[in-house]
Every structure is written in C-alpha cells, then in structure tokens.
Design a protein. Structure first.
Length: 320
C-alpha cells in the first residue's frame, strides 16, 4: 500500500435484504455486520437507482442517475422497434475508483456486480465468480485470473440465477454456494496480501445467487422444502464470517463500507410510473377519456391485428 492516504475497502453484500440483515444482526447471527453498524454508521438507500437491480451498482458506484449511466436493466428496447435486446455488462464508466487508480493509488476490483474488466483501466480487475451466466470471467491484466486460480481454485458451482422448483437441486446449490463463500473470502485475503491495495472493491455474489435459489424455502412458499428453511440465513452467516476475516486482514486504519444492494422482493411501487407512461404513449384508454379515434381503434382492434398493423407504421405513428 502506498502513501499516507487512508485505505478504503468496499465490500458488496450483493442482493442482501435490509430487513433480514437488520433482524439477524440484532439477533447476533451476523456479528460482523452488527459490529460495523454499532461502531460506525448505517443508512437505507433510496431514489431511482433502487428500482432496477441491473442499474443499481453502476449508479451507486458512480453517483450518477441511471439515465446517464445508460444501464437500467438487463434488456433494452431496440431503437425504432418494440424488440428487446440484452444489455451488455459495463466495462468503462465514470466510477469513483477511476481517479485514485489514474493517480497511482493501487486499486483492485473483484466481481463488481454487472461489470467486466476494462483493458484500458489503471485498476486491477478480476471476474472470478460473477453472478449470472451472462457475466464472463476474466481479468485485467490478462493472465492474472489463471495465476490466482493456481492458489485459490474456483469451485465448479452453477451460477445460473434461474429459480428452480427442484428441492434436491436447490440443496446442492446451497451447499456449493456455502462452500464458495469461504473460497471467495480466501481469494479476497490473497488479493490484499498480493496487491496491497489502497482501494479495494469486492463483491460477495453468492448471496445474490442464493436469493434466487433459496427465497421460496425461506418464505415457506408452496412446494418449498422445510429442510432448507434456514439455508438463506446460513449463506448470510457464512458471508458475514468471511467479511470479518477480510476486515481482520486489513490495516487498522482502513475504512470499510459494506454495501447491500437490491434485495429480493419487489418493493418499489412502479404502478404510477407505469400507468403514466402508458397514458402518455396512448397505450391505455382512460375510463374518463380516451375518445380520440386512435384510442377507440386500439380498443376495438384485436391485439394480434394491432401488432401486424403496427409493423407497417413509423414509430411516431405507433406512438401517436
């Protein structure tokens, strides 16, 4: 580590549910997070960046609105059509670590959600076990990932976040994710020892994958396995233990931030926003209005026929 500036470590508790974190920390089940909240400060995030999980991390780590980041979800409308295309993971952007990295502060990034290594960056960036099958593995500088794997081999776990209705598959996923949390903690400590970073941003992505696979068991939903009722909590506890070990490996003067983003349940009331868009674009006929010819036509013409006709019209005409 270089210079006299304070070291900063940002640890991502990806898809951590605030209510569960507060409850389990208060019960003594998450002692590391409880200690951080007790001895430091904690707050709940709000604003437009909380609407979409795929834009959340980029918005928070840059301080910019979603519209300026250009990533609001994992799909977007293909301009001039109503077709959808996948949004590519971000590599470059106005992120808070750019300035320190360019000025020579040793900067290390590990599995930052929704981001891939940028070859032009001054930061060391490793995607070792990112969340989601669309996220590629790799590193900058090239070859670093392979070198790290000789010391901390990755576990061959399924990182697909698609929910399952197979309890046996969910149990295997739980056991693999629990073990992977421990290996990830070992990797973070290795990077601290090897790179001696002034700035470290590391995501614990197992929490996110576990949320998709284990939420129904946690909630006791129909078809869930009572034997997995505490599985999600155990992933939180395993992650909390590794956060504690990482913090213990840091210099005493390091500032630590734990960022839990997006949660699991839909909590944002988007109905007013959705209905406002539909009204503005003429996609919905108001009970007290909607008497324009185009509104009446949309109501009378079957949806399949409307779709065929729309393909022959310009975008302006479709949205008129």
């Amino acid at each position: 580590m270089s210079g006299d500036a304070q070291r900063l470590v940002v640890l991502g508790f990806d898809a951590g549910v605030p209510e569960l974190i507060v409850r389990w920390a208060g019960e003594g089940r998450l002692p590391t997070l409880a200690r951080l909240m007790r001895n430091g400060a904690s707050a709940r995030l709000s604003g437009e960046q909380t609407v979409s999980e795929h834009g959340f991390w980029a918005a928070v780590l840059s301080g910019l609105p979603l519209g300026e980041i250009g990533k609001c979800g994992y799909r977007e409308i293909l301009p001039g059509t109503y077709d959808l295309r996948p949004v590519q993971p971000l590599s470059a952007g106005p992120f808070f670590w750019n300035g320190p990295a360019r000025s020579g502060r040793r900067t290390v990034l590990l599995d930052v959600p929704s981001m891939v290594p940028d070859p032009s960056s001054a930061a060391v960036h490793v995607n070792w076990g990112p969340h989601g099958p669309e996220m590629p593995e790799g590193s900058h500088p090239e070859g670093l990932l392979s070198e790290l794997e000789t010391k901390v081999p990755r576990l061959p776990i399924e990182r697909d976040h698609i929910e399952s209705d197979d309890s046996a598959s969910d149990r295997r996923a739980f056991e693999e994710l629990r073990d992977s949390v421990g290996v990830r903690g070992e990797l973070v400590r290795l990077l601290i020892e090897r790179e001696r970073p002034d700035l470290l941003v590391a995501g614990f992505t197992e929490v996110h994958t576990a949320a998709h696979r284990l939420w129904r068991h946690h909630r006791g939903q129909p078809g869930s396995d009572p034997g997995l009722a505490d599985a999600l909590r155990e992933i939180y506890q395993a992650t909390d233990r590794e956060l504690g070990r990482v913090i213990d490996a840091l210099p005493a003067d390091a500032a630590v931030v734990v960022l839990a983003g997006v949660g699991v349940d839909d909590r944002q009331d988007v109905d007013p926003l959705t209905f406002g868009f539909c009204d503005a674009l003429g996609y919905r006929v108001r009970a007290t209005g909607g008497r324009r010819p185009i509104d009446v036509a949309r109501k009378l013409v079957p949806e399949r026929l409307r779709a065929l006709l729309a393909r022959r019209l310009s975008t302006d005409a479709q949205e008129g």
